[in-house]
Design a protein around this ligand. Structure first.
Ligand code: NAD
Length: 296
C-alpha cells in the first residue's frame, strides 16, 4: 500500500458528466494501490458535499498545500484558464479532451508544465474503448486506399464546447492513431441555427497521400454514432461491432495512465509520443477552424 505521506491530493474542477465519474472513481475503493486521495471539488454551483467529499473554492484549491493534482472536467472553453492557474500554483494537471481550443495555447501550457516540472495529461478515453481496439486491430498491416469517419450526435453548445473540430477531437484522434500523421486539405461547414444543425466535412490526407474524410454532424435527435468506411487494398471495413457488457471503465483506465506518469513509470519516449499526438490533433483542429472562419 502507498504510504499516506506519499499520497497525492486531488481536486476535481467541474462536476458534469465527466467530473461526476472522476469523483465516483476517486471515492470508490481503488482496484490496486493508488497514490491519489480526493480532497474536494470545485463547482460554480452550490453542491455542498458529494458523499463525504466537500466543495471547496477555486482559491482554496489553488492555494491548499494538500492539493497536488487538479482534474479539469469543466467545459472546453474553461480548460485553458484552469490549466494555467493550476500549473502556476504548482499542481499536476489532468484535463479532459480537448486540452484547449487553440494550438498556441496548448503549446504554451505544455511549455509551462515542463518548466514547472509538472505532469500535464490530456484524457483520451476514445483510444481506450472496445470499438477503437477492434478497429485498430482490423487496420493493422493493411494498406489504406481511402476512408471516411462519420460521427453523429446531439447538438453541443459552441459557446461552451468550442468549434466542432475541437469538440470532436476524439474522432480526429482515432484517425491519427489509426493512419498516422495527417495533413489538412480542405473543409466545409453547413449550419442551420434554427434547429441547431451543424455539419463539418473535412478532407485530410495521409503521408501516402491517401484521402480521408472526417464528418462531424450534430443536430437535435441525431443518435450518438460513429460510422466508418475504410477501403483497403485487401477489402473494406464498414462496421464496428456494438460494445459488449465487458467494456472496462475507460475513465479509470485513463486515470491509471495518469498515475503511471505521476509515478515516473512512463518512458520519456512514450510521454513524447503522447504530447506529439495531442499537439498534432489540436494543430489540425486549429487549421480547420481558421479555414472555416476564412470561408465565412
Ligand atoms: P457537462 O456539461 O456535463 O459538465 C461540465 C460541467 O463543468 C458543468 O457542470 C459546469 O457547470 C461545470 N463548469 C463549467 N465551468 C466551470 C468552472 N469554471 N468551474 C467549475 N465548474 C465549471 O460536460 P461533460 O460531458 O462532463 O464534459 C466536460 C469535459 O469532459 C469536456 O471537456 C468534454 O470534452 C470532456 N469529456 C467528456 C466526456 C463524457 O463522456 N461526458 C468524454 C470525454 C471527454
Amino acid at each position: 500500500q502507498t504510504q499516506p505521506e506519499e499520497m497525492l491530493g486531488v481536486v476535481v474542477v467541474g462536476v458534469g458528466r465527466a467530473g461526476s465519474v472522476r469523483i465516483r472513481d476517486l471515492q470508490s475503493p481503488q482496484h490496486h494501490p493508488s497514490p491519489l486521495k480526493l480532497i474536494g471539488f470545485v463547482s460554480r454551483r452550490e453542491l455542498g458535499n458529494i458523499n463525504e467529499t466537500k466543495q471547496i473554492s477555486l482559491q482554496d484549491a489553488l492555494s491548499s498545500t494538500e492539493v497536488d493534482v487538479a482534474y479539469i472536467c469543466s467545459e472546453n472553453v474553461g480548460h485553458e484558464t484552469s490549466i494555467r492557474q493550476f500549473l502556476d500554483a504548482g499542481k499536476h494537471v489532468l484535463v479532459e479532451y480537448p486540452m484547449t481550443l487553440s494550438l498556441a495555447s496548448a503549446q504554451e501550457l505544455w511549455k509551462k508544465a515542463e518548466e514547472k516540472g509538472k505532469i500535464l495529461h490530456e484524457e483520451h478515453i476514445e483510444l481506450l474503448t472496445e470499438e477503437f481496439a477492434f478497429v485498430k486491430n482490423e487496420v493493422r498491416g493493411k494498406k489504406l486506399l481511402e476512408g471516411t469517419l462519420h460521427f453523429t450526435g446531439s447538438p453541443l453548445d459552441r459557446e461552451r464546447f468550442g468549434f466542432l473540430a475541437f469538440s470532436g477531437i476524439a474522432r480526429l484522434s482515432w484517425l491519427v492513431s489509426l493512419f498516422g500523421e495527417l495533413a489538412f486539405v480542405s473543409a466545409a461547414m453547413e449550419e442551420q441555427k434554427e434547429n441547431q444543425y451543424q455539419k463539418m466535412t473535412v478532407n485530410l490526407e495521409t503521408v501516402d497521400k491517401r484521402p480521408l474524410t472526417w464528418i462531424e454532424e450534430r443536430a437535435s435527435g441525431l443518435k450518438y454514432e460513429r460510422r466508418i468506411n475504410f477501403l483497403f487494398e485487401s477489402g473494406r471495413l464498414e462496421s464496428i461491432p456494438p460494445r459488449t457488457q465487458g467494456q472496462k471503465n475507460i475513465f479509470l483506465r485513463d486515470q491509471d495512465i495518469f498515475v503511471r506518469k505521476l509515478l515516473g513509470q512512463m518512458s520519456t519516449e512514450d510521454l513524447a509520443k503522447e504530447k506529439k499526438h495531442s499537439l498534432h490533433c489540436l494543430g489540425i483542429a486549429d487549421e480547420i477552424q481558421k479555414y472555416c472562419q476564412h470561408l465565412q
